[in-house]
Design a protein around this ligand. Structure first.
Ligand SMILES: Nc1ncnc2c1ncn2[C@@H]1O[C@H](COP(=O)(O)OP(=O)(O)OP(=O)(O)O)[C@@H](O)[C@H]1O
Ligand SMILES: *[C@@H]1O[C@H](CO)[C@@H](O)[C@H](O)[C@H]1NC(C)=O
Ligand SMILES: *[C@@H]1O[C@H](CO)[C@@H](O)[C@H](O)[C@H]1NC(C)=O
Ligand SMILES: *[C@@H]1O[C@H](CO)[C@@H](O)[C@H](O)[C@H]1NC(C)=O
Ligand SMILES: *[C@@H]1O[C@H](CO)[C@@H](O)[C@H](O)[C@H]1NC(C)=O
Length: 319
């Protein structure tokens, strides 16, 4: 696995290679209630937060908090609402120099209802017009600047072209540490079968419980074993399964499992999966074993769900 060099040094002078996250940033309006509202009632909520959200954006912010030099690329609407997201990236030191601004668009938004009694989250997502990141946008990046590229598997055709460009780029190197590691998150159901073409491009594939179930798999072990037939030889396949923790399989075909590390009280599971992915990428990029990496992911995710919002506790980082 490629190593993040100079991890201890948080200064980010240009030219240093970094981790790139490709995907969505959106605005989340989070309503915290201790009980689900009844239809056609007027309810006062415990709290209402406006936050920067989106899977790829969340993963970026967690990685940056772990001390990884991180860049995010995604689309932003040329709207005052986007300022909130831009400022949040700046706050965490995530580079966004290559983000694409679109005129006359409304940013995607999610309205989320968090049940603070049970910790569940119900998401209502809207996007009326903002285009996704396209291959033409990705083509402008100088790949020499990156050690690891993580794709949120959304617009599969474009992500396929992007990942093929990275595979081509890697072809010129003999030493594995010169090559860019590719990871891919497949979280939303409904992308099958088109995402199958993406699977052989990645070194690490994250499948969600929803995608596993859509494919007819009953548990994380079955999911990683079956999908390991579709990835490239030697790739790592990971599947997180809420309170049951996570499963993974790597080059030797052995399935490993990490339990979840639940906090004393679950406050907010919003973004647990994104936090888990960041923990796994962090650990693998530092040369941890697959088991250590998914344990790291579960520990950070467990810490996150004990808090409202997205601050991770530095004490959780063990590797
Ligand atoms: N209820 C829970 N109890 C303990 N750990 C949990 C719980 N939910 C999530 N986790 C931790 O978070 C990791 C990721 O979980 P999972 O992928 O199911 O999250 P998710 O709900 O899909 O998150 P997201 O909101 O990002 O979509 C799990 O492997 C586990 O370690
Ligand atoms: C990317 O790398 C090139 C040299 O390889 C450098 O000139 C450029 O400044 C880097 N880009 C960024 C945004 O750091
Ligand atoms: C919210 O949590 C409480 C306590 O667990 C539960 O009684 C209630 O049914 C939950 N509501 C929903 C819709 O999840
Ligand atoms: C948003 O919706 C538009 C119009 O349906 C679609 O073309 C675009 O891909 C979507 N973008 C995102 C970021 O989901
Ligand atoms: C990302 O994290 C934010 C909190 O910073 C949260 O509001 C949001 O829902 C998360 N988004 C997703 C898609 O998980």
């Amino acid at each position: 696995m490629a190593c993040e060099c100079d991890m201890s040094n948080s200064s980010r002078h240009t030219g240093e290679r970094r981790t790139l996250i490709v995907g969505l940033v959106c605005l989340d309006i989070i309503n915290v209630l201790d009980n689900y509202p009844l239809e056609d009632t007027d309810t006062r909520v415990q709290d209402q937060l406006w936050e920067r959200g989106g899977n790829a954006a969340n993963t970026s912010v967690v990685l940056a908090q772990l001390g990884v030099k991180t860049e995010f690329i995604g689309t932003l609407a040329d709207s005052t609402l986007s300022r909130l997201m831009v400022e949040d990236f700046h706050k965490y030191g995530v580079l966004i120099d290559h983000c694409i601004y679109h005129n006359n668009c409304k940013p995607p938004m999610s309205c989320i209802i968090v049940n603070s009694s049970s910790g569940t989250r119900t998401i209502l997502h809207s996007n009326r017009s903002l285009p996704e990141v396209m291959y033409e946008d990705f083509e402008l990046l100088n790949l020499n600047n990156y050690t690891w590229i993580h794709f949120e598997g959304r617009n599969v055709e474009e992500v396929l072209k992007m990942s093929e460009r990275v595979v081509m780029h890697n072809g010129q190197f003999i030493e594995s540490h010169d090559r860019i590691q590719i990871s891919l998150e497949l979280e939303k159901p409904g992308l099958k079968p088109s995402f199958c073409k993406l699977l052989p491009k990645a070194d690490v594939v994250f499948l969600s419980k929803d995608v596993a179930k859509e494919s007819g798999f009953q548990n994380g072990e079955e999911c990683v074993l079956k999908f390991s037939k579709d990835v490239k030889p030697g790739a790592v396949v990971v599947c997180a399964w809420g309170e049951l923790g996570a499963w993974a399989v790597g080059p030797n075909g052995e399935v490993v499992h990490s339990p979840a590390f639940p906090p004393a009280k679950i406050e907010d599971t919003v973004g647990a999966g994104d936090t888990f992915n960041a923990g796994v990428i962090y650990a693998l990029s530092r040369g941890s074993s697959i088991l250590e990496a998914i344990m790291q992911g579960c520990k950070i995710a467990g810490d996150k769900i004990g808090h409202q919002g997205f601050k991770i506790d530095a004490g959780t980082v063990t590797t």
